[in-house]
Design a protein around this ligand. Structure first.
Ligand SMILES: Nc1ncnc2c1ncn2[C@@H]1O[C@H](COP(=O)(O)OP(=O)(O)OP(=O)(O)O)[C@@H](O)[C@H]1O
Ligand SMILES: [Mg+2]
Length: 317
């Protein structure tokens, strides 16, 4: 491991996938590779892959995995008094040892502002989202009277789909008692995330939680309040920008989404996924590092691994 490297080396040694013959095959998500370790534990590797519009980019972002893994670790620590978290240990900037949970197949989304998907629905004159009423007369990025819960099913393939609380219960996807526990946890987590963000001059706009059961206990899994699972606005000047209808300065992956749209890609059928130029990849890295620093108040210290697979084999063995 080294913290001394050139831009060329940083781009060259991105962790796009892992390969450790001595370990069992990992489950490969869009960003994470999940190694089963034993009956109770997982080795979760956060790679440098980046996805947008449900597509994984061909080029990875230097150190993005380290940033995300450490941001999640930071945020899990901030909420562990609210609900049990899956963290056992963070063994390496890219690797978390986690409790192996039986997953709840719902993405628990909480929104405090009319942004993103909620805005797209609202704009089409629809006022109900996942069975929740949205008040009339709102503009894009306006704040809801209080945060709303807009769950989605965790589809095995393709897009996640919106689902109402009523349907989650009637289709018996989650038992009522467990659902109540999840709901209560989600709102309390969101309140905490909002407070932590505010201390850093940020607004938590919306976020996604995933839950699982570990030995019967409700447990927060995957990642929490990271820039991949959440949107943030800058608090400073929010009101003025709303009054002028200027749009909000967004952190998170919006930067990449905007670049892709400028290059005629929105994940639609027939569109070609553009290659990310090196210079842009470094720009995205700098955005992520800036976000890490804003959210945690700590400086991000990248660690370059020239042979990550070897390190991984050693630490997971
Ligand atoms: N503690 C845990 N126990 C069990 N599964 C977990 C745990 N933490 C995360 N996971 C699962 O591991 C996977 C992580 O991979 P990643 O986040 O890259 O996937 P994704 O592309 O977002 O989602 P998916 O794999 O569902 O398409 C997710 O499916 C997540 O639900
Ligand atoms: Mg995920």
């Amino acid at each position: 491991m080294s913290s001394d490297f050139t831009t060329h080396e940083a781009l060259e040694h991105c962790i796009t996938h892992t390969d450790v013959p001595a370990l069992p095959e990992p489950y490969k998500g869009k960003v994470r590779e999940v190694y089963p370790l034993d009956n109770d534990r997982l080795g979760i590797v956060v790679t440098d892959r980046i996805s947008a519009f449900d597509h994984i980019m061909r080029q990875a972002i230097p150190f993005k995995g380290q940033i995300l893994n450490q941001l999640a670790a930071f945020s899990f620590e901030k909420v562990k008094d609210i609900v049990a978290t899956h963290i056992i240990d963070v063994l390496h900037p890219n690797v978390t040892i986690a409790k192996k949970c039986e997953t709840v197949p719902i993405e628990v989304v909480v929104r405090a502002y009319l942004t993103g998907h909620a805005w797209r629905v609202y704009k089409s004159d629809e006022r109900t989202l996942c069975g929740v009423e949205m008040p009339d007369g709102l503009n894009e990025h306006d704040k809801f009277p209080s945060p709303i819960l807009t769950p989605a099913t965790k589809a095995l393939e393709g897009h996640d789909e919106d689902i109402s609380e009523e349907e989650i219960l009637s289709r018996k996807i989650v038992e009522p008692a467990l659902w109540n526990e999840i709901k209560e946890a989600a709102f309390r987590l969101f309140e905490r995330g909002t407070k932590v963000a505010a201390e850093q001059g940020l607004i938590l706009v919306d976020t996604k939680y995933e839950f699982g059961l570990y030995k019967g206990e409700l447990t927060l899994i995957d990642e929490v309040h990271t820039t991949d699972s959440s949107r943030y606005f800058y608090k400073d000047g929010y009101e003025e920008r709303q009054a002028k209808g200027e749009g909000q300065k967004q952190l998170s992956k919006e930067f990449l989404r905007e670049w892709l749209m400028k290059h005629d890609f929105q994940g639609l059928e027939g569109q070609t996924l553009p290659d990310l130029p090196d210079e842009f990849r470094m720009e995205v890295y700098n955005r992520y590092a800036e976000l890490f620093e804003m959210l945690t108040g700590n400086k991000f210290k990248p660690v370059l691994e020239k042979n990550f697979n070897k390190t991984l084999g050693e630490i997971l063995r």
